[in-house]
Design a binder for this molecule. Sequence first.
Ligand code: XIL
Length: 398
Amino acid sequence: RTQTPAPGARARTEPQLSSVITRHLVLAAAVLQFGCGGSGSAPETPPDPQPDPGVQNLYALGPPGMPVGVAVPAGGFANSLLASPARQTLVANHFSQLTAENIMKPSYLHPDEGTFFFDDADELVGYAQSQGKTVHGHVLVWHQQVPDWMTAFTGDAAAWKDMMTGHINGVVQHFAADDIVTSWDVVNEAFADGDSDGDGLYDYRHTIWYDNIGAGYLAAAFRAARAADGNADLYYNDYNLAGVPAKLSAVLQLVDDFASDPDPVPIDGIGFQMHISLEWPAIGQVRESLARAAASGLKVKITELDITVNTEGNGDPGPLTMLTSDVALRQQQRYESIVAAYLDEVPPDQRGGISVWGIADVDSWRRSQNAYEWPLLFDDDFAPKPALQGFADGLSGH
Ligand code: XIL
């Protein structure tokens, strides 16, 4: 695994000395030939061909203050950001917020009951702080990457609730003071992928939390998070919200229930994971879903964007074993249209920002599902892909 930028990537970002010299020579020749500042028509110098410098600073193209984030490996992972100058350069240049891809999940932060392990997360949060970046906390309550002791926990609903809120409190309080972790995914993926009773709302997922505490675990989790940090934005996060209306309906119903509680349950935002593909969901569906979420009045954040390109259900674009230039172009356009949809449909004061789920294709979790995937903005050698330009155009077109 190479740790330095590919030569091609470097060439795109360094000043092109030869073209600078050429330009000065052309200008000098024009001054000699026509004089300077005299009357008469301006000399017709040939158009000055400037090399396209590419995207230098992705997040600066977006609305001021709107986070443009990235999920990063850290801790003991071989591809840790903290051990990779190539990744650090990309993160420094292009992203204003970090999400820990794994190391702030319960199995990492809370390996034994009552024993928290914060070293790796503190190192990452400290790094973010040193770089002037914020952190989106991921994740407090989920059914995956749970430590064994939680899975094996025994007790009644009250004991389970205390155990869950004890975890939330221990973690959120730890990061509350320095204001780098500015938001949290409080609950992740609480809904299943079906509507068994036909009420138009997807069902609650049967997890250790639902099965042991009941649906009230969600309200309890959000209340505990708010009690531990009065400032951080609290998100409900899930996948397929942009493509499955009945799943989004279930989330919006939850938000309504929170608001109509006699003692309203604190929640600040809805996180759309957005693990999507070239054609699914259709862009109209994405826009409609973002608009529905924004109509709740809460913040809307794209938390885990990646765009797979290999064969879709209908066989398009056909099985790929390399990223062809026409598919890379389709991915560029898709990134642009998703970012543009977000900025169109989510009003400025409700924009929690957009984060991609990984730095370079070589890091992407989607590779564990299909080795032939290229879902992110940078390639296996850390060089920018057309996708980066697409994201940038989506940001700067607004
Ligand atoms: C994934 C990570 O990317 C993988 O490295 C890990 O093995 C499993 O989890 N939805 C989420 C993320 O909320 O936490 C998941 O991250 C991807 C799907």
